[in-house]
Design a protein around this ligand. Structure first.
Ligand code: NAD
Length: 414
């Protein structure tokens, strides 16, 4: 059994194993969780109740999640003097599937963001954000139900690689000089510099994940969203590598948009997926004007960041938008919002983001009925207009529930 430096190991349950490229899920899987800072405490308490109730609803006493608390953020700092103890990343890596609430970004102390650090240390290269509408949620558009997309955002490179040089520093000056002298390109001397690396490896693995997801889940299209008309060797290359990968690895099951019209008269054969691409600026129009034509989106890091929040806002769901960060072997499911510290410990915050991240987690381990039970409970509760303060203030005739009461209503409605 795995051992830890500062925390005791889990008291019960079996680890999820990864054998020959496949997960083996025991009846009592150990799943590490990070409660999260600020409102994370209220949210986690409510979410865990919902998860346990859904598992019980579907499986009775046959199956059960054995939750294993691991620490990050303020709680870890108060207990161990560290924001992200090595035990935590070790546990997530070892047990393969974990879930977390929001974490405070420490100011100073050399950590840019705990979330970014977790993604980098565990090489969680795919940020997955499903965006769909729940009937009754207040939305700024006329037909929010037409948008139902899953965004696969590359998580490790692009301008997020953290290769930046501040204006006026000797590094920035040296770089500007080198680019001028050696490469013949002029940069204004008073510029800050950021580097945007996009690799074949990074591009192909995110497009591969998106295509595999589309095929496994019966989705019809994967659209690569890029700005390759301007940034030819980064975003343009992302697009080229995506098409190349589709041809190399998915020749039997994936066709291009050209193929669709020239060989299949525009009618997609069963079991096949179309790969295509759109320029990022046009994509922001498309998701507003023709949302039902989009399905799975594969993007470099920055485009995906912008697009996932824009899409989530369109369905009114920024406060209930779920997310996951995934590698080939590890899945870390997480709230997409922050710690909302002004509402901490008041039992008022909307726990929907972590609850729906849990749905993604149960789908990921193949417990799809559990995810369905939660979705049903949530849909009915929102349709009954029983909601937390954030939705309450935008809905007419709604009943305002506390975080804990909202969880209770979801459980009642399963
Ligand atoms: P935030 O998301 O915490 O809150 C902004 C506002 O959004 C809140 O004041 C609240 O009005 C609303 N809100 C957020 N989540 C909500 C929910 N579940 N229900 C209802 N309303 C909700 O963003 P912030 O204030 O910029 O960040 C606070 C802290 O969280 C910072 O330390 C930041 O670094 C961190 N953060 C963490 C994550 C993460 O862990 N994934 C993400 C973003 C920010």
């Amino acid at each position: 059994m795995v051992t830890f430096e500062k925390i005791a190991g889990p008291k019960e349950g079996q680890p999820i194993q990864f054998v020959n490229g496949k997960f083996q899920i025991p009846d009592n899987p150990i799943i590490p969780f990070i409660e999260g800072d600020g409102t994370g405490r209220d949210i986690w308490r409510a979410s865990q109740r919902v998860f346990d109730a859904a598992v019980h609803k579907v499986w009775g006493s046959k199956k059960k999640v054995c939750w294993f608390e691991v620490y990050a953020g303020e709680k870890a700092f108060n207990m161990f003097g560290e924001w992200l103890p090595a035990d935590t990343t070790k546990a997530i890596d070892h047990f393969s599937v974990a879930i977390k609430g929001p974490l405070t970004t420490p100011v100073g102390g050399g950590i840019r963001s705990l979330n970014v650090t977790l993604r980098q240390v565990l090489d969680l290269y795919a940020c997955v954000r499903p965006v769909r509408y729940f009937r009754g949620v207040p939305s700024p558009v006329k037909c929010p139900e037409k948008l139902n997309v899953v965004i696969y955002r590359e998580n490790t490179e692009d301008v997020y690689a953290g290769i930046e040089f501040q204006e006026g520093t000797s590094d920035a000056k040296r770089l500007i000089e080198f680019i001028g002298k050696e490469l013949g390109k002029t940069i204004r001397p008073d510029s800050g510099i950021g580097i945007k690396p996009i690799s074949e490896t990074g591009s192909k693995r995110i497009v591969r994940k998106a295509l595999q997801y589309a095929l496994d889940s019966g989705r019809k299209t994967v659209t690569m969203v890029h700005k390759g008309n301007i940034m030819k060797y980064t975003e343009g290359a992302f697009r080229e590598w995506g098409y190349e990968l589709a041809k190399q690895e998915f020749a039997d099951s994936v066709i291009t948009e050209d193929d669709l019209y020239s060989n299949y008269k525009g009618k997609l054969p069963d079991g096949k997926v179309v790969i295509r691409d759109r320029i990022a600026d046009s994509m922001f129009q498309q998701v507003l004007l023709r949302p039902d034509e989009y399905d799975v989106l594969a993007t470099p890091n920055l485009n995906g960041d912008y697009l996932s929040d824009a899409c989530a806002a369109q369905v009114g769901g920024l406060g209930i938008a779920p997310g996951a960060n995934i590698s080939d072997r590890v899945g870390l499911f997480e709230a997409t919002h922050g710690t909302a510290p002004k509402y901490a410990d008041q039992d008022v915050i909307n726990p929907g983001s972590v609850i729906l991240s849990g749905v993604m987690m149960f789908d990921y381990i193949g417990w799809k009925d559990v995810g369905q039970a939660i979705i049903q409970g949530l849909e009915r509760t929102i349709a009954q207009k029983r909601v937390t303060y954030d939705f309450h203030r935008l809905m007419e005739g709604a009943t305002k529930l506390k975080t804990s009461e909202f969880a209770g209503a979801i459980i009642e409605n399963m």
